[in-house]
Ligand binder design. Structure first.
Ligand code: 9D3
Length: 242
């Protein structure tokens, strides 16, 4: 996959992308990431990317011209990219959207700053608008990094094979079971005896029960999508179960 990122702060991406899985994936040729400075597509001496809002009001609005010039120039070289604007008004990023993005040959991520972006960019340049959650950040750069991290780890060859196997078994809408390692007694806090029993069927049952319990307690919204057996639904007291 090729990923182009357009931002007035392209340097923000360098350190996170120079470490961890994204670096490994780039080194392995799984992904190619190109950073672009939006100001390179301005035409005035001050490389201005914003202007006052029509209709008045506080704050500045990002001008349309640099965005159109940037994205149209990037699109001149194939393959065509899916153009994504990171914005608080976008559709929430979920693992299913991430999996969908991971199918693309190329993404063009637009990370904006300032109070807003000229509406014509959304209407006529962008294919998708994505938000990473209902809290206020100061720009689209961190959200773009979140999208890149979540997508790249799904690309074939990005994870080690052990990690890839784990990935498959965890896409079932349940939270993880509790993990323990040595020592068996740390400051008087002991490891659940079942994990030391060597009875793997019993351990599997315990972990499964822990996952369901934990999901019900912390993220009941996820349970609706979880693949529970009729017996597990019965235990949860679901009146629609078996
Ligand atoms: C304080 C300004 N807000 C007025 C209601 C609007 C606003 C504009 C720009 C709020 C945040 C931002 C910058 N954020 C993003 O560009 C952004 C974002 C976010 O803030 N939260 C979650 N996902 C995203 S994706 C892009």
């Amino acid at each position: 996959m090729r990923i182009d990122i357009v931002s007035v702060f392209p340097q923000m991406f360098e350190s996170p992308f120079g470490a961890s899985i994204i670096k490994r994936a780039a080194d392995a040729g799984v992904v190619e990431i190109a950073l672009h400075d939006l100001r390179d597509w301005t035409d005035d001496r001050h490389r201005t990317v914003d202007d006052a809002p029509y209709g008045g009001g506080a704050g500045m609005v990002m001008r349309p011209e640099p965005w159109f010039r940037a994205v149209e120039q990037l699109q001149e070289s194939p393959p065509a990219g899916r153009v994504i604007l990171l914005t608080p008004q976008g559709r929430p990023l979920t693992q299913s959207l991430v999996a969908d993005l991971a199918q693309e040959e190329r993404l063009i991520l637009c990370a904006a700053r300032y109070e807003g972006i000229d509406e014509r960019v959304r209407e006529h340049l962008v294919d998708d608008e994505i938000s990473v959650g209902d809290y206020v950040l100061s720009g689209g750069e961190l959200p773009a990094m979140v999208v890149v991290d979540a997508v790249v780890r799904l690309l074939p060859g990005a994870l080690g094979s052990a990690e890839s196997l784990l990935e498959e078994s965890f896409n079932d809408s349940l939270l993880e079971y509790p993990h323990y390692t040595r020592p068996p007694d740390f400051r008087g806090w002991t490891v659940p005896p079942v994990l030391l029993s060597g009875d793997h069927a019993k351990i599997d049952r315990w972990r499964r029960a822990q996952r369901i319990r934990r999901t019900a307690q912390r993220r009941p919204d996820l349970l609706a999508d979880a693949d529970l057996t009729p017996a597990e639904l019965e235990e949860r007291g679901d009146p629609t179960a078996g």
